[in-house]
Design a protein around this ligand. Structure first.
Ligand code: MN3
Length: 266
């Protein structure tokens, strides 16, 4: 099986993976991380953790190919482009760019970083919290199941809430399950590519309700798409996100969501 499903795909997608960048991180130097980026390391598009047709019939192959290969790739390319001439931001994590250091992003590129950095963060999460139906657990277990019961009255109610939030999101956006810094669950939608990270919330699960996420198969029937997604939820990953303290919390995010870098092929 591929590396994503074996050892925590979303961490891998954000954490340092490049040799040069890894050395910089090991040295612990802020400047060294900047140097690594200056040498050509940039944010990169994570591979899908399954085949493009693996989520059929709930999400079709062509939608997955365009969504991941074109839309997500464009967010990453535009994020790198926005950051290119702002060396003081090089080496920062997505979380830092969107939260802790957001005020240090020059106004001229700030909205671009929110749109494209948020787009990168949101889509990286989205691929990881979906899984082929034959691999999907029917329901969450353990502490997450208890928390969902307590906050929403069960998984069916959670799905109704998330779907209603997604259906009523005017225009483009996302519908989320998040946890706050105290571990409490919340469900809400965000506009455009705004990330829950911007509210210092940890996204646990989210559904993309931009038309590009469903229009080829579902056309105007966003509600049918939202219902279909519940067949392919990767509950194991959602549980991991809930249980493990590996995602950005205020004050902790610097270590948790490090800059994704890649070593370019020669
Ligand atoms: Mn999308």
């Amino acid at each position: 099986m591929d590396r994503h499903t074996e050892s925590g795909w979303d961490r891998r997608s954000f954490l340092l993976t490049g040799v040069a960048a890894g050395a910089a991180a090991a040295a612990g130097g802020w400047a060294l991380q900047g140097e690594a980026l200056a040498d050509g390391a940039e944010f990169g598009v994570p591979e899908l953790p399954y085949a493009a047709d693996a989520l059929e019939p709930f999400i079709d192959k062509q939608t997955m190919e365009i969504h991941h290969g074109k839309h997500h790739a464009a967010y990453v390319a535009n994020l790198n482009k926005a950051l290119k001439d702002v060396p003081q931001l090089h080496g920062l994590s997505l979380g830092a760019l969107l939260v802790d250091k957001a005020k240090e992003v020059p106004e001229a590129i700030r909205q671009g970083v929110v749109n494209n950095g948020g787009g990168h963060a949101n889509h990286s999460l989205f691929w990881s919290v979906l899984t082929p139906k034959d691999k999907a657990k029917a329901a969450p277990e353990g502490k997450l199941a208890e928390a969902i019961q307590s906050a929403f009255g069960g998984v069916e109610k959670l799905a109704e809430t998330i779907n209603a939030n997604g259906a009523s999101r005017f225009g483009s956006g996302w519908t989320w399950l998040v946890k706050d810094k105290d571990g409490r669950l919340h469900a809400y939608s965000t506009a455009n590519q705004d990330s829950p990270l911007m509210q210092k919330h940890v996204p646990l699960f989210g559904i993309d309700v931009w038309e590009h996420a469903y229009y080829l198969k579902y056309q105007n029937k966003r509600g049918d798409y939202l219902k279909a997604v519940w067949n392919i939820v990767n509950w194991a990953e959602v549980e991991r996100r809930y249980n493990e303290d590996t995602l950005p919390h205020p004050g902790k995010e610097k270590d948790a969501l490090k800059k994704k870098t890649e070593v370019k092929a020669p």
